[in-house]
Design a protein around this ligand. Structure first.
Ligand SMILES: Nc1ncnc2c1ncn2[C@@H]1O[C@H](COP(=O)(O)OP(=O)(O)OP(=O)(O)O)[C@@H](O)[C@H]1O
Ligand SMILES: [Mg+2]
Length: 388
């Protein structure tokens, strides 16, 4: 396992997330459609690739990233393209000859705003076209369609078109999921670096996705993270004493693979500079300081807020995060008190806080009335780069 920092990990570089994968496969087997829920950088896309690269017997998997789709047409374009792509069709060959022939014989000429035009001249709306495509899938093979960054597509449509069109795509997907003929043959898995639930609740449409089975992807447990770091130390050839590893885990606290890899990378650089320094727990603090200099790894936590919310909501969220980054904690009553300053009423402020919790900035796990950062690393970065 190499120490990959930043890109999606695949193959031997993927640290097995057995529990999550078992839960996801159980849900697929039971016929659910799934929403993978986790804040950014926790490892959703890597899990989706694992499912694609090593599917269970009887399933064929397609992965589609729809982040760049700004309207319904572009979205469906991506879906239909993926279902006709050579890579997918070739993979079908080994799994299911009949399905491969079927897909090969369907020629899509054009996906436009008015629907999908097939080679034989008929034009169907997106839903009917999708149903046609999956109609003859062999009954013993089920298709898993993983749509990554779906929430981003919905947010793009809200931003560049309107709420009505965003609702139309959400409703189209619900209709597909509730169409028995489709559901027998297709499982949808949605994920994204922004929370679908928060985007959809902003436009009061949460009920359109209430049929999804939401599965949380959690950070690693302490013991998992210890094993993960030990493995990374072996592969990067650095030596950390057990107590130094525990110190590292304590400091990172929100144990997502990404932060652990980032610190191992910095520790490796330190070790090149000075072999002595890693024996000491203070090397971890130095590595964290160095890690925080990678602006591009953290900046999106700030820019996403700017892009996704109104000016008032953004300024309110920023002030709350600034204060917590300074004081470590903040009471909910104090948060509500500053809402008026940003022209938000209590309900709007509470919605905003829920979004910050859902998207992985803060939590109130220890005490429902007190909020703190999930990640001390993000707290430090925010304090240094946004609050000051
Ligand atoms: N199972 C894993 N094994 C090893 N590294 C991982 C694993 N999962 C995540 N990572 C690390 O975390 C980083 C983020 O992973 P990934 O892109 O899968 O997360 P994500 O939740 O899809 O992020 P985003 O919300 O930004 O799309 C990867 O670049 C990799 O460094
Ligand atoms: Mg991702």
């Amino acid at each position: 396992m190499k120490n990959c920092v930043g890109q999606v990990v695949r193959g031997d570089d993927f640290w097995d997330r057995t529990t999550e994968l078992e839960t996801i496969w159980d849900a697929i087997d039971s016929g659910s459609h799934i929403l993978l829920v986790a804040p950014r950088r926790v490892g959703k896309t890597s899990i989706m690739h694992k499912i694609k690269d090593e599917p269970k017997e009887g399933y064929i998997v397609i992965y589609i990233d729809t982040e760049s789709a700004d309207n319904e047409n572009e979205f469906w374009h991506k879906i239909f393209n993926a279902m006709q792509e050579e890579e997918f069709v070739n993979r079908l060959k080994s799994k299911s000859k009949k399905l491969c022939e079927r897909v090969k014989n369907i020629r899509i000429k054009k996906v436009s705003a008015s629907g999908v035009k097939f080679g034989d001249g008929q034009t169907l709306d997106y839903l009917a076209a999708f149903e046609t495509l999956v109609k003859d899938l062999e009954i013993d093979k089920k298709l898993i369609i993983m749509v990554d960054e779906f929430a981003q597509t919905i947010e793009n449509i809200i931003k560049y078109e309107d709420i009505k069109n965003a609702n139309s795509l959400l409703k189209a997907h619900r209709a597909l999921r509730q169409n028995q003929k489709v559901s027998e043959k297709v499982t949808f898995i949605y994920a994204g670096s922004i929370g679908l639930e928060s985007v959809v609740s902003k436009i009061n449409s949460i009920k359109i996705i209430n049929d999804l089975n939401s599965i949380k992807v959690l950070p690693l447990s302490n013991s998992e993270a210890f094993k993960f770091v030990s493995q990374l130390c072996l592969s990067t050839k650095i030596e950390l004493r057990e107590e130094v590893i525990y110190h590292l885990l304590n400091k990172v606290e929100w144990l997502i693979p990404f932060y652990l890899q980032l610190l191992i990378q910095e520790l490796k650089i330190l070790s090149r500079e000075n072999t002595e320094s890693l024996s000491d727990a203070s090397s971890i603090d130095i590595a964290i300081d160095k890690a925080l200099e990678h602006r591009s790894y953290f900046e999106s936590w700030h820019t996403k807020l700017k892009e996704s919310f109104s000016k008032e909501e953004y300024l309110f969220a920023k002030e709350v995060l600034n204060i917590i980054s300074e004081n470590y904690t903040m009471e909910s009553s104090a948060i509500i008190n500053i809402a008026a300053k940003h022209s938000l009423d209590e309900d709007e402020a509470k919605d905003m806080i829920r979004t910050l919790v859902y998207d992985g900035y803060i939590n109130n796990n220890e005490n429902p009335k007190v909020y703190r950062y999930n990640s001390p690393i993000l707290r430090q970065w925010w304090n240094k780069n946004v609050a000051n």
